[in-house]
Design a protein around this ligand. Structure first.
Ligand SMILES: *Cc1c(COP(=O)(O)O)cnc(C)c1O
Length: 368
């Protein structure tokens, strides 16, 4: 299939939200509650030998998806997604951060979930077309962005268990506020000892809804203990630290080392994680991707060897971690203040994304 032959058609919304409504949303976007006027869609269809093609690329009005109740995604969870942000720079232009990395990860997830891969050009085109038609929805406030959510679902109506031959790829967009307002207060994290989000050979490395479904009960447990996020360990590997429900985790050592768990097959390859590693290297920190256990965390905080802990991901960028709580212990303190290394990396990364700091690594792509 010639990819460039797949042109997007545009059917613009006959009833876009009013300017007043949009202004009200942009004045206080929050996260994930409001959506723009349009959506990007591409369909996929395969024949019964499994040979298929993407077709009918289009921008259409945002609205409910009409689906057969037997659609495979509703029964067997054949679904993957991505998340990236579009920022409005000072001159009004709209940019996104390392979208090729998201395109590649979408395809890695697709392979694991037996979904079709989407050519990178179509991924990039889908987000730039949507950002262009809905450009008025990209906020301009400090740290604000338009969150883009590409996803792929199995739409074939069929209750047998096999990869679906009809699939839909879509992108929706939601204005996102500055996650933490002005002040960045370290969060408390709950250590889940009862539940796992992923296991060896499972889907931990794929960005799929099922991983999130599996983490919700642990999240509820954490919330009941006053924690915002949950940390998962690999209990079959000396309680090695894995990641949070939706963020990767980093440790800053007193001697300048920056340590994050190695990608083990059960950890999501965060684009933010990869970018922090690169920023750390470029500023001369000794960067280590390796196994780090709960014992090392506990001992390191007690001895003062570990000076800062932070979590990172597209939605919240970089979040300082104050304490880790479990049924039996607390590591760190709820009174902790955000550390210097954490804040400085956060500032540099956000600066690049928002255009305040020069992009010397070719990380930005202009969308509109
Ligand atoms: C999306 C996600 C992350 C963060 O990835 P980014 O590309 O940095 O946004 C981390 N962990 C999980 C489980 C995720 O789903």
């Amino acid at each position: 299939m010639s990819v460039s032959a797949l042109e997007f058609t545009q059917k613009l919304s006959a009833q876009p939200k009013s300017e007043e409504e949009r202004s009200a949303v942009l004045a206080d976007p929050g996260f994930g509650n409001h959506f723009t006027d349009h959506t990007a869609v591409i369909d996929y269809r395969a024949d019964d030998t499994g040979v298929g093609a993407w077709e009918n690329a289009r921008i259409e009005p945002y609205g409910p998806i009409v689906m057969d109740p037997a659609a495979a995604v509703l029964h067997y969870g054949q679904e993957i997604f991505e998340g990236l942000k579009a920022y409005r720079h000072a001159d009004g232009s709209i940019w996104t951060f390392r979208p090729e990395a998201n395109a590649a990860r979408l395809n890695a997830s697709a392979r694991r979930l037996a979904l079709p891969e989407l050519p990178e050009e179509l991924f990039l085109e889908s987000i730039s077309q949507l950002a262009a038609v809905d450009r008025e929805w990209v906020p301009s406030g400090d740290g604000e962005s338009l969150y883009l959510r590409p996803f792929m679902i199995a739409t074939e109506p069929f209750l047998g268990v096999r990869p679906a031959r009809e699939v839909s790829y879509r992108v929706i967009a939601s204005p996102a506020g500055n996650y933490f307002g002005g002040e960045l207060k370290p969060v408390s994290i709950w250590l889940s000892t009862k539940y796992a989000r992923a296991g060896r050979g499972g889907t931990g490395e794929a960005k799929c809804g099922g991983n999130y479904a599996a983490s919700l009960i642990a999240q509820m447990e954490g919330e009941a203990h006053g924690c915002k996020q949950v940390l998962f360990l690999d209990e079959f590997n000396d309680n090695a630290v894995e990641e949070l429900g939706g963020m990767n985790v980093f440790f800053v050592f007193k001697d300048g080392r920056l340590v994050t768990p190695a990608l083990s097959g059960t950890i999501l390859h965060g684009v933010t994680r990869d970018s922090v590693l690169q920023l750390g290297r470029d500023r001369g920190l000794q960067v280590e991707e390796r196994k780090i256990t709960l014992d090392e965390w506990r001992d390191g905080v007690a001895s003062g060897e570990i000076t800062e802990v932070f979590a990172c991901g597209t939605a919240a960028v970089i979040t300082p971690v104050g304490e880790l709580k479990s049924e039996t212990e607390t590591i760190g303190s709820p009174e902790a203040v955000a550390g210097d290394v954490t804040m400085s990396i956060r500032q540099e990364l956000l600066g690049i994304q928002t255009g305040a700091v020069e992009d010397t690594r070719g990380w930005l792509t202009r969308l509109a």
